[in-house]
Design a binder for this molecule. Structure first.
Ligand SMILES: Nc1nc2c(ncn2[C@@H]2O[C@H](COP(=O)(O)OP(=O)(O)OP(=O)(O)O)[C@@H](O)[C@H]2O)c(=O)[nH]1
Ligand SMILES: [Mg+2]
Length: 396
């Protein structure tokens, strides 16, 4: 029988595995594994080792090569490793082959992200969305899961599952999927009506990679109390607040963060949460400028926005965590004038790239927040003028 469970247990000892494919550099894959370690930590596991292998094409049976898998298996045995986490998506057969040869539970990045989402989901909508994504993920992997249970002696006879058992499970999973879809459609209908009730207000949405500071900025701008913490996907549910600056009202929403290789099913089932982004008039794209891979992250966010068909909107790019950037980049003996030069270059580069729509702040130290407010206000007012050309005097 199929049941969903938290895959990652508290303090579990994990080994991470990444493959450097032909269009990737070793440095990039190292960063990806650092991010995977952060995901693992968010789920409650401890990373004790990372393995990388350069491979033009992943092995169809075991993803990494035979020799590497042997090495991983030996390491796992010696160091009491309870779980392998692969950075790339594995097929059901690959998971089952790897588990057999290493004798260690194996999951992939999508699995891990789904696990985190499942823990974080609080509202009925978020819970149903995650559950839907989980079942969709499981469906093509059922055969592998049966094999897995078989090896662990999990209540199945030595003969292994017959086609009928797998077919029964498939049917159960399909039924669950259609039930969840129905439930979500109902929640959607209510949410749509609620959104319609918001009237003529211009809608602004905070978007960005996970952990960049969206909720911190939301709290700062709206005096609300959204959970902000140094974990990935702290926010799953959308929060919307009405804000009034200088007699100009607008709605500000904080929403789920993006990440590279966000499981496809997750994006699909979070469609209604992401409607907030799709239906926004203006996007505030928050970037963690102190992150080594921030330019990659900008690319991932832009690509996700394109997939959501939300790319065609005015965007203000907020480069956040300037305090950390300065701390990482400058040391004490650097001349003040050199620091200024470096900062000026950085800012000019991004002002050029965003056609003058970049703001540099520290939400934590509250620097340049007034500039941010002014920039938002300007965009919101422009939008009111476009939207209601005869009504501009209405708001201010
Ligand atoms: N140093 C520094 N830390 C910041 C700044 N802004 C936010 N943070 C920290 O970054 C972490 C993530 O902040 P959140 O506001 O939760 O980020 P988020 O983008 O909402 O993250 P998710 O909801 O998980 O996608 C928290 O620990 C914040 O305290 C900043 O300007 N400087
Ligand atoms: Mg958040």
């Amino acid at each position: 029988m199929i049941e969903k469970k938290n895959i990652v247990k508290h303090e579990e000892r994990a080994v991470l595995v990444g493959v450097i494919q032909k269009d990737q550099t070793e440095h990039q894959v190292k960063e990806y594994l650092d991010e995977l370690a952060f995901l693992a930590e968010t789920a409650g596991a401890v990373t004790i080792k990372k393995f990388m292998q350069k491979l033009a094409h992943p092995d169809s049976r075991t993803f990494v090569g035979k020799g590497k898998l042997q090495e991983i298996a030996e390491y796992a045995k010696l160091h009491d490793v309870s779980m392998l986490i692969f950075d790339d998506e594995l097929s059901g057969a690959q998971i089952s082959n790897i588990e057999k040869e290493t004798n260690t539970k194996t999951i992939d990045r999508s699995d891990l992200i789904l696990d985190i989402f499942a823990r974080r989901a609080k509202t009925a909508q978020a819970k149903a969305q995650v559950e839907l994504a989980q079942y969709q993920y499981i469906l093509p992997r059922l055969r592998g899961m049966w094999k897995h249970l078989e090896r662990l002696g999990g209540g199945i006879g030595t003969r292994g599952p017959g086609e009928t058992e797998i077919e029964t499970d498939r049917r159960i999973v399909r039924d669950k999927i259609s039930l969840l879809r129905k439930r979500l459609a109902e929640i959607d209908k209510q949410a749509f009506t609620q959104r319609k009730d918001r009237g003529e207000f211009i809608r602004v949405a905070l978007v960005g990679y996970t952990n960049v500071g969206k909720s911190t900025i939301m709290n700062l701008l709206s005096k609300s109390d959204v959970l902000a913490e140094n974990k990935l996907f702290a926010t799953l549910d959308t929060t919307t607040r009405k804000i009034v600056y200088e007699n100009t009202p607008f709605l500000l929403s904080d929403t789920v963060g993006f990440i590279r290789k966000l499981p496809h099913h997750l994006v699909e089932s979070f469609k209604s949460t992401l409607d907030e982004v799709r239906e926004a008039d203006i996007l505030l794209h928050v970037v963690d400028i102190a992150h080594a891979n921030y330019e990659d992250q900008i690319g991932v966010v832009n690509k996700t926005l394109q997939e959501l068909k939300a790319f065609d909107k005015p965007v203000l790019t907020i480069f956040n965590k300037m305090d950390l950037y300065i701390k990482h980049t400058f040391d004490e003996w650097l001349e003040e004038s050199t620091k200024e030069e470096i900062l000026k270059d950085l800012k000019e580069r991004w002002q050029d790239a965003t056609q003058g729509n970049a703001i540099f702040i520290s939400a934590l130290e509250r620097t340049h927040i007034d500039d941010l407010r002014t920039a938002i206000l300007e965009k919101v007012r422009e939008m009111y003028k476009i939207r209601y050309p005869y009504k501009t005097a209405f708001f201010y």
